[in-house]
Design a protein around this ligand. Structure first.
Ligand SMILES: CC(=O)/C=C/C=C(C)/C=C/C1=C(C)CCCC1(C)C
Ligand SMILES: CC(/C=C/C=O)=C\C=C\C=O
Ligand code: FE2
Length: 553
C-alpha cells in the first residue's frame, strides 16, 4: 500500500501496483479499492456487485455545477476504477461485448494545467455488456509521456499544444534536434481506439509512436504497436479505416508535400504503400485527422488548414497550433483507386475545415459506371476558430453565451468525368441539428457504401460545445435530437443488432458528463432514438473522444 506521505502527494508519485487490489471473476466483480489520497471530496460508495466499500473517483464538486468548471473538462482523479453499474431501463440481451472509449481525461501535471482539450493524457473507459448487465471502468494509458510526467512531475514530451520548458539554450537545441527524430514527440495515445482484424486493440493519436496496444478487458497497457516497415515519417491520420480485412491510413509527407496511402493486413505490423498523392497547393500537406473510403477508392482530402513546419518548431503555441490556414492554396479532394494506387480524380473544392469524415460512397449510372463520389464530413464552415473554442479555458468558461461556431454535414460531390471542380453542400438544413456537428459514427456495415443514417453530436443553443446527440436521416433530410440540459454527451457509437437487416436496427452508446458533476452511460434505440437504458457512474466522467465496439467472442 502507498504510505500516507506518498498518498498525500497525489497519484503521480504512486506506482500503480501499490494503488489497487483488483480482481475480476466474471460478474462477481471483486475488490476495487483505491488506496490513494483520502480526501473529503472522494466519495465512498459500495461496489454494486460485491457490496464491498470502495473509494471511487469523484470530480472536484466545488468546481462544477456553478458553470465554473464542468466535469467534462475536469481531470479524472484516479488512475483506474472498475465496478458494476446499476442499470435503469433494459439493456438488450443481444448486446454482448465491450464498448471502449478513448480520450484526453487528465489535463494537468501537478499544478500545471494544460491548455487544450487535445493535450490531456489518455483515459480509456470501458462498458462491458452481458446478460443485460453492465460492468464499467476507466484506466489511464501508460504511455511513455504519461509515465515520464508522473515520474518527473512535469511535461516531458511535446503534446498537441504543449511543449516542455527547457532549462537552458543547449537543452532547447537538444529538444529541437529530438523533434526531427521524433524523440520529443508525445506517444500519448489519446484520440481513438480500434480493434484490428486480428483482434489486437490499439489506441491511437496523430503521432505514429502514439500507437499503443491495450487489453480491452483489463484496460492494461500492453505495449507499443511498432510498425515493422521502413516507411518512416512521424505522423499519420488519427483515424485509420479499420475493418476485419485491413487497416488503411494516410501518412502526410511534410518534406515533399503529399500523402502516402498505406495498407496493413491483419496479423501484420507492416504497412505497404498503395500509392502517393502530391499536394496541389500550399507549402505543406493539409491536416488529415481523418479521411473516408468507398468500396473501391481511398479519398484523400487536402484541406487548406495545413501542417506548418515553423509552428512545429515553436515553443509557444500559435493561434492554430501546429497548423496554418492557407485559403489561397485552395482545398482539394483526391480519389485513389485502392487496387491500383492510381489517382482517378483530383478536384478543387470550396474551402473547408473538418476533423471527421462520416462516410463516402460511389454513385453509378445505369450501366454501373462510377460517375461521382459522395463524401460526407462534419464541416465547420471553413472556419478554423473551432480549434480555439476547444481550448480548456474556453470550454470551462461557459456562461450561457452562444459561442459554438456553426457546422454542418458537408457533402462533397466529386465528379469522376475529369471535371476540374467538385462541390460542397449541406446534406441537410443545419438547423435540423442546431448548427452543431461533430463526433460522428455510422453502421459499420455501411462503410464505403450508400447509407442513410449518421449519428453525431449536434447543438441545442446557446452552447459552447456540441451538447446533443443527433440521428441524421440523409434521405428524409431530418434529424432526431437527444438533449439533457447542461450535459455534455460524447460521440454516439452505433452497434448493430446481430442479424439486423435495417441500417438503424441496433443501439447507440454514449457517455454523458452531467452539469451537476455526475456521469452516466446512455443507450438509445438506433431506430427511434429513444432512451432504452442508462447507468450512472459513481463519479463524473471527463469528456472523451472516440470509441469502438469489441464484440464478445
Ligand atoms: C486528440 C486529437 O484529436 C488530436 C491530437 C493531436 C495530436 C496529439 C497532435 C500532435 C502533434 C504533435 C505532438 C507534433 C506534430 C504535429 C502533431 C501531429 C499536430
Ligand atoms: C470535439 C471536436 C469538435 C467539436 C466541435 O464541434 C473535435 C474532436 C476532434 C478530435 O478527435
Ligand atoms: Fe477524431
Amino acid at each position: 500500500m502507498a504510505s500516507l506521505a506518498s498518498a498525500a502527494r497525489g497519484c503521480y508519485n504512486m506506482p500503480v501496483s501499490d494503488k489497487y487490489e483488483h480482481k475480476r471473476q466474471g460478474f462477481s466483480l471483486s475488490k476495487v479499492i483505491f488506496a490513494g489520497k483520502r480526501d473529503p471530496r472522494d466519495s465512498v460508495i459500495t461496489n454494486v456487485a460485491t457490496k464491498m466499500p470502495s473509494i471511487v473517483p469523484s470530480p472536484e464538486k466545488d468546481d462544477v455545477g456553478a458553470g465554473r468548471n464542468h466535469v467534462a473538462w475536469t481531470s479524472v482523479r484516479q488512475e483506474r476504477w472498475e465496478g458494476e453499474l446499476l442499470v435503469q431501463g433494459e439493456i438488450p440481451l443481444w448486446l454482448k461485448g465491450t464498448y471502449l472509449r478513448n480520450g484526453p481525461g487528465l489535463w494537468h501535471i501537478g499544478d500545471y494545467n494544460f491548455r487544450h482539450l487535445f493535450d490531456g493524457y489518455a483515459t480509456l473507459v470501458k462498458l462491458y455488456f452481458e446478460n443485460g448487465r453492465l460492468v464499467a471502468g476507466h484506466r489511464q494509458i501508460e504511455s511513455e509521456a504519461y509515465k515520464a510526467a508522473k515520474k518527473n512531475n512535469k511535461l516531458c514530451f511535446r503534446e498537441f499544444s504543449e511543449v516542455p520548458k527547457q532549462e537552458n539554450f543547449l537543452a532547447y537545441i537538444g529538444e529541437i534536434a529530438n523533434l526531427f527524430s521524433g524523440a520529443s514527440l508525445t506517444d500519448n495515445a489519446n484520440t481513438g481506439v480500434v480493434k484490428l482484424g486480428d483482434g489486437r486493440v490499439v489506441c491511437l493519436t496523430e503521432t505514429q509512436k502514439g500507437s499503443i496496444i491495450i487489453d480491452p478487458e483489463t484496460l492494461d497497457t500492453l505495449g507499443k504497436f511498432e510498425y515493422s516497415d521502413s516507411l518512416g515519417g512521424l505522423i499519420h491520420s488519427a483515424h485509420p479505416i479499420v475493418t476485419d480485412n485491413e487497416f488503411l491510413t494516410l501518412l502526410p509527407d511534410l518534406l515533399k508535400p503529399g500523402y502516402l496511402v498505406v495498407r496493413m493486413e491483419p496479423g501484420s505490423n507492416e504497412r505497404k504503400v498503395i500509392g502517393r498523392v502530391d499536394c496541389r497547393g500550399g507549402p505543406a500537406p493539409g491536416w488529415v485527422h481523418s479521411f473516408p473510403v468507398t468500396e473501391n477508392y481511398v479519398i484523400v482530402p487536402e484541406m487548406p488548414l495545413r501542417y506548418c513546419a515553423k509552428n512545429l518548431l515553436k515553443a509557444e503555441p500559435t493561434p492554430l497550433y501546429k497548423f496554418e490556414w492557407h485559403p489561397h492554396s485552395k482545398g482539394f479532394m483526391h480519389v485513389m483507386c485502392k487496387a491500383s494506387g492510381k489517382i482517378v480524380a483530383s478536384v478543387e473544392v470550396p474551402l473547408y475545415v473538418t476533423f471527421h469524415f462520416i462516410n463516402a460512397y460511389e454513385e453509378r449510372d445505369e450501366e454501373g459506371r462510377v460517375t461521382s463520389i459522395i463524401a460526407d464530413c462534419c464541416e465547420h464552415n471553413a472556419d478554423t476558430t473551432i480549434l480555439e473554442k476547444l481550448r480548456l479555458q474556453n470550454l470551462r468558461a461557459f456562461m450561457g453565451m452562444d459561442v459554438l461556431p456553426d457546422a454542418k454535414v458537408g457533402r462533397f460531390i466529386i465528379p469522376l468525368d475529369g471535371s476540374p471542380c467538385g462541390k460542397l453542400e449541406a446534406a441537410l438544413d443545419p438547423d435540423e441539428h442546431g448548427r452543431g456537428m461533430d463526433m460522428c459514427s455510422i453502421n459499420p456495415a455501411y462503410l464505403g457504401k450508400k447509407y442513410r443514417y449518421a449519428y453525431a453530436c449536434g447543438a441545442q443553443r446557446p452552447c459552447n460545445f456540441p451538447n446533443t446527440l443527433t440521428k441524421i436521416d440523409l434521405v428524409e433530410k431530418k434529424a432526431k435530437n437527444w438533449y439533457d440540459e447542461g450535459a455534455v454527451p460524447s460521440e454516439p457509437l452505433f452497434v448493430a443488432r446481430p442479424g439486423a437487416t435495417e441500417e438503424d436496427d441496433g443501439v447507440v452508446i454514449s457517455m454523458i458528463s452531467e452539469k451537476n458533476g455526475d456521469g452516466y452511460a446512455l443507450l438509445l434505440d438506433g431506430s427511434t432514438f429513444e432512451e432504452i437504458a442508462r447507468a450512472k457512474f459513481p463519479y463524473g466522467l471527463p469528456y472523451g473522444l472516440h470509441g469502438c465496439w469489441v464484440p464478445k467472442k
